[in-house]
Design a protein around this ligand. Structure first.
Ligand code: PEP
Ligand code: MN
Length: 338
């Protein structure tokens, strides 16, 4: 249930709504937006409550039910776009933010070559997996803590924020010490213990779409992070399973305007895991920006032919540099910049 307060309401009136909610066993989340305050009332029994219970309170303008399963991720709760700041880099504003780097952190020289290449080309954030959720247990699983330490060293030396995946709910505190952005991978989109733990951390979070999940399920999963008061949440479309097998996954380009319509959260796109092949990545990346994405997560490897993971879909530094130039033109054409 959403309680919209009148413009110019005061903290006492808002508090009265919150206290009444609490007395009924509900929890309340506030959006003190630029125009007016909104209180979301959350709990399993809101359906049985009359909207009048809150409409009668002073300062309340309107009480409505959110019929969708997701609440805090919805535009009903927050009409204005959310902008997530990572070390001063804003995601969800006019700038298209590009996160790039290898699928997995393999060695120090590999990561150093990667960071130099992506910085030179104009990327804003370094990606690199230390904990890798691999389909087979017999493939490279990532360097773990040693990989995090390499990322932190490179971050320090090259002055660039890093994004890396956290796979285990018990590792959230550890990964948060080294990373600027916590990545929740596609396979873990519905790992609710993990979502709750990253929600309790103070780090920005990228929530990738589960490759068998609908947009509604994705936004409802986002509520787990938002419910813990972590509003620094960014969504990432990375392709879904369809009958089509000419690409690794099918990038759901329409999810971008759908998210923009129903949610205030920023959305970025990972063209690499969707494509599965380096030759397809540039076209998909450009389409994503044209469709309104706020950023990209792209795999770039200094030597894709030697990559331990996902070499086939990784761009070389020179291909990435060319793509960045092309993306600038696309960004400009839709009123954005890189
Ligand atoms: C990744 O970005 O490293 C990754 C494993 O992607 P996904 O979770 O989308 O498969
Ligand atoms: Mn990968």
């Amino acid at each position: 249930m959403i309680v919209e307060m009148r413009t110019g309401t005061n903290p006492e009136e808002i508090d009265a709504v919150v206290q009444r909610a609490k007395s009924m066993g509900l929890s309340a989340q506030l959006n003190l937006g630029t125009n007016k305050a909104v209180v979301a009332l959350l709990g399993s029994n809101t359906g049985q409550l009359s909207t009048d219970t809150f409409a009668v309170l002073p300062g309340v303008e309107r009480v409505t039910r959110i019929m969708k399963p997701y609440k805090l991720a919805s535009r009903e709760f927050k009409a204005e776009d959310s902008v997530v700041s990572v070390n001063g880099i804003e995601i969800g504003g006019k700038r298209i933010v590009v996160m790039a780097g290898p699928c997995a952190v393999e060695r120090e020289d590999q990561l150093v070559d990667a960071v130099k290449a992506i910085k030179e080309a104009g990327a804003h954030v370094l990606r690199g997996g230390a904990f890798k959720p691999r389909t087979s247990p017999f493939t490279f699983q990532g360097l773990g803590k040693a990989g995090l330490e390499l990322l932190a060293r490179v971050r320090e030396k090259y002055g660039i924020p890093v994004i890396t995946e956290v796979v285990d709910p018990h590792d959230v505190a550890l990964v948060s010490k080294y990373a600027d952005i916590l990545q929740i991978g596609s396979r873990n989109m519905q790992n609710y213990a993990l979502l709750t733990n990253v929600g309790k951390s103070n780090n920005p979070v990228v929530l990738k779409r589960g490759f068998s999940c609908t947009v509604t399920e994705w936004l409802t999963a986002a509520d787990y992070v938002l419910a813990e008061n972590n509003n620094k949440l960014i969504l990432c479309e990375r392709g879904i399973r369809t009958f089509e097998d000419s690409t690794r996954f099918s990038l759901d380009i329409s999810s971008i305007p759908v998210i923009k319509r129903f949610s205030h959260l920023p959305v970025i796109v990972d063209p690499s895991h969707a494509a599965g092949h380096y030759s397809l990545v540039p076209a998909i990346a450009k389409a994503a920006i044209a469709a309104g994405a706020d950023g990209l997560l792209i795999e770039v490897h200094p030597k894709p032919q030697d990559a331990l993971v996902d070499g086939l879909q990784s761009l070389t530094p020179s291909d990435f540099s060319r793509l960045m130039k092309e993306l600038k033109a696309i960004a400009k054409s839709v009123g954005r910049y890189i």
